[in-house]
Ligand binder design. Structure first.
Ligand SMILES: [Zn+2]
Ligand SMILES: [Zn+2]
Length: 267
């Protein structure tokens, strides 16, 4: 059984726990160590279950506790070379597994892979995780633009965690200065609800069972707005899976991640 626990997602911090037969891979660690522990405990997970941490980039809302949690539990931190370098300047020394062009790395039952993205960080990546039963998860947040490489990387995943950061109208009407609005909407920024919907239209396939909308902006988005943009587009393609909105508190129920073995049972 594979479950995805949203420990929290939004501009104040991001962390997910992918649990496969009792072993946990942390995807992002964008909270303080104490807060991460609290959220793991609330999800019914013990820190001793954590086999590794994989992060997309060094920004605090994704990596605040990355080196600390890896060091404390003596587990590897999966990060690109640029991200690792950026964290190594001030972070706790810990084991590092390079993800990116060198190919996948193994962490317990998880095979972790990465693809470069455009975002204003040192060497940001989208993450992919494959499980022994063939289940494939893809995660892309802080995605300035979904490049051809990222779209290729995310194809044929059973579970997709994608950024639906802002509503384009709410961003324009927000009190963010114009330069900040441009940064958020630009190549180095974040994916809008509309861009997320377009990406999902392309990535949809019969094996897609779970879609999680993540990293929603508190100021320029709302769950009903993101859902209202994405859900009809997925429905028009015949998507009958689960569409979940990740929230900042991460207080939802765990998400069942269904892979090829369970696909036949899926309505
Ligand atoms: Zn970022
Ligand atoms: Zn972020």
């Amino acid at each position: 059984m594979t479950r995805l626990h949203v420990l929290g997602s939004g501009s104040k911090g991001n962390a997910f726990a992918l649990e496969h037969e009792g072993v946990v891979l942390l995807l992002e660690a964008g909270f303080s160590l104490r807060e991460l522990d609290r959220r793991l405990a609330r999800a019914g997970l013990d820190p001793s279950q954590v086999a590794g941490v994989a992060i997309t980039h060094e920004h605090g809302d994704h990596a605040a506790a990355a080196t600390k949690v890896a060091r404390r539990h003596a587990v590897p931190l999966c990060a690109s070379f640029g991200t690792w370098q950026a964290l190594a300047r001030g972070g706790e020394p810990c084991e590092w597994l390079a993800i990116g062009s060198r190919g996948p790395v193994e962490v317990g039952p998880f095979r972790v892979e990465a693809c470069p993205t455009s975002h204003d960080a040192a060497e940001p990546v989208a993450l992919g995780v494959r499980l022994p039963d063939g289940t494939a998860l893809g995660m892309a947040t802080d995605l300035g633009r979904p490049t051809q490489a990222v779209r290729w990387f995310l194809r044929e995943r059973h579970c997709l965690v994608l950024e639906a950061n802002h509503d384009e109208r709410l961003l324009r009407e927000s009190n963010y200065p114009a330069v900040v609005q441009e940064r958020i909407a630009g190549h180095g920024g974040h994916l809008s609800n509309e861009a997320c919907a377009v990406l999902l239209e392309e990535l949809h396939h019969p094996g897609l069972t779970t879609v999680v909308l993540a990293h929603l902006s508190q100021r320029c988005n709302a769950p009903n707005v993101a859902h209202g943009t994405v859900a009809p587009r997925l429905a028009s393609l015949g998507f009958a899976g689960e569409l979940v909105l990740a929230n900042q508190e991460g207080d939802g129920t765990p998400i069942m991640v269904r892979g090829p073995a369970q696909q036949a049972l899926f309505p």
